[in-house]
Design a protein around this ligand. Structure first.
Ligand SMILES: [Zn+2]
Length: 467
């Protein structure tokens, strides 16, 4: 019955949706310097004001929670459902061709611009779903609250603040990912390890090494300077390592040093097999060189043993494990800085549901500490909402009805917005198989996916909140 009403309601709503998405996308909402009422800077605060204005124009009850999040409510009854979206965006980066990042443009049924897909389009689809429920005038027994966050892309301090002051709803979904339902998210172990030593005089020696730029990116490039070996002396060793690892090396001479540049392939740390780690390839090469014995050489050799090239599952660390829901534990050695007096490194491990402190964090810690490294960092638990919960079953059923596609639960190694929310799942708005250029240039969203999502969400709100 609702289905026909909703199809009829949404018949003439596409323009409204597109205009609203463009309004929000026109605002540069990258994190900035905190100011009063704008804890994540003026951009996210401005986007939040516009989002709340839109919600108000559409007849919803709005509240600005001190600039951390904004909420839009259907009614003043108790919350049965939270929808969690966000209005902050990642920096636009280079390479935009279709339009400028904050000048949204519609081309062939797609809206281009930073934030169209992540996550302003889905926020608008959610607001439109709530407007539909409101306009249909169905009596409600409970509230649906849309929470518009402003800090998803840089730490989720927004919802941490909100949920420290407000209760969780019995059910939460976040349209900040894809379809069908993502109900499982791996936990994480992202420690920092260090070791220091006195300056070594004996040559040849490693003078410095720089590898990686962000904890969650498997590095495609790394560089080191070796003092006391010529590039001709390094070359044959490099050829061997390239044959073994696929990492390629180029060289430059700087004074008494040979600077080695290692090139692999970058990848998201949650899917390290998609890349080829330049840091571990470079360490393998340095360990093969005839360096003078000393503490730096020993430390690199220890790292080569603990996090060897190509070991993306933590086998050498002794933490490799797997279960059928979240899959394999992954390890990506993503950051390393070596100086004349020590090193600091980090790895990014995504751990399945079976990983505990005992069989994972403590094992990795012991492996590092026994070789003389310090090791800091605590394991974060995995997130899992059972696929057979009534809420997840409702989402899957409606998804199948509205899309005609098979509904199923998926697991991800990446971070979703509902990681800390009991019973939360990620749901929508991208249909499987479409590339939204997430976080990249020419980010886009399919208008048809947003319209479909708005209808689908409206039906789910009715399932959860109607009398
Ligand atoms: Zn997002």
């Amino acid at each position: 019955m609702y289905r026909e009403q909703l199809e009829a309601y949404f018949q003439d709503k596409q323009d409204m949706l597109v205009k609203a998405v463009c309004r929000l996308v026109s605002i540069d909402s990258v994190e900035g310097e905190p100011a009063p009422g704008a804890p994540f800077g003026p951009g996210p605060a401005a986007a939040l004001c516009e989002g709340l204005k839109l919600a108000q124009e559409w007849g919803l009850i709005t509240t600005n929670h001190e600039g951390y999040v904004g909420t839009a409510d259907l009614c003043d009854k108790e919350d049965a459902l939270h929808i969690l979206g966000h209005l902050d965006v990642v920096a636009p980066g280079e390479g935009w061709t279709v339009t400028q990042p904050y000048e949204p443009k519609v081309v062939d049924g797609l809206i281009y611009g930073r934030g169209t897909d992540d996550d302003k389009g889905p926020v608008v689809a959610s607001l439109l779903a709530m407007k539909a429920v409101k306009d249909l005038g169905v009596p409600l027994k409970a509230n649906c609250r849309l929470i518009m966050g402003t800090n998803e892309e840089s730490g989720s301090g927004d919802i941490a603040w909100y949920f420290a002051r407000h209760p969780f709803a019995p059910a939460t979904f976040s349209p900040d990912s894809g379809y069908p339902v993502i109900n499982t998210e791996k936990g994480g172990l992202k420690p920092t390890f260090t070791r220091s030593w006195p300056v070594q005089e004996a040559l040849p020696r490693v003078k410095w090494l720089h590898g990686g730029f962000r904890i969650n990116v498997l590095p495609g490039d790394a560089e080191a300077a070796v003092e006391g070996l010529t590039l001709h002396e390094v070359h044959p060793f490099a050829r061997d390592i390239t044959a073994r690892t696929g990492i390629t090396f180029t060289f430059a001479t700087e004074g008494n040093c040979t600077v080695i540049h290692a090139k692999g392939e970058g990848s998201h740390a949650a899917w390290p097999e998609g890349g080829n780690n330049a840091v571990t390839g470079l360490i393998a090469l340095l360990c093969a060189l005839p360096l003078a014995d000393g503490p730096c050489k020993q430390a690199l050799s220890d790292l080569n043993a603990l996090l060897p090239h190509g070991d993306y599952h933590g086998r050498a660390l002794g933490i490799a494990q797997s279960e059928p829901i979240a899959g394999d534990l992954t390890v990506a050695f993503t950051l390393l800085e070596v100086t004349e007096t020590g090193l600091t490194g980090r790895f990014d491990s995504r751990v399945p549901l079976c990983a505990t402190r005992e069989n994972c964090e403590n094992v990795a810690r012991a492996a590092f500490e026994s070789r003389g490294f310090t090791f800091e960092g605590e394991q974060e638990e995995a997130h899992h909402t059972p696929a057979d919960s009534p809420f997840v079953q409702t989402l899957l059923k409606r998804y199948e009805e509205y899309t005609g596609q098979k509904g199923e639960c998926l697991s991800t190694g990446g971070g979703t917005y509902v990681h800390e929310i009991p019973g939360g799942v990620a749901f929508g708005c991208t249909m499987p198989g479409f590339d939204t250029h997430l976080h990249g240039a020419d980010e886009r969203v399919k208008i048809a996916d947003l319209m479909l999502s708005a209808k689908l969400f409206a039906h789910i709100i009715l399932d959860m909140c109607a009398e």
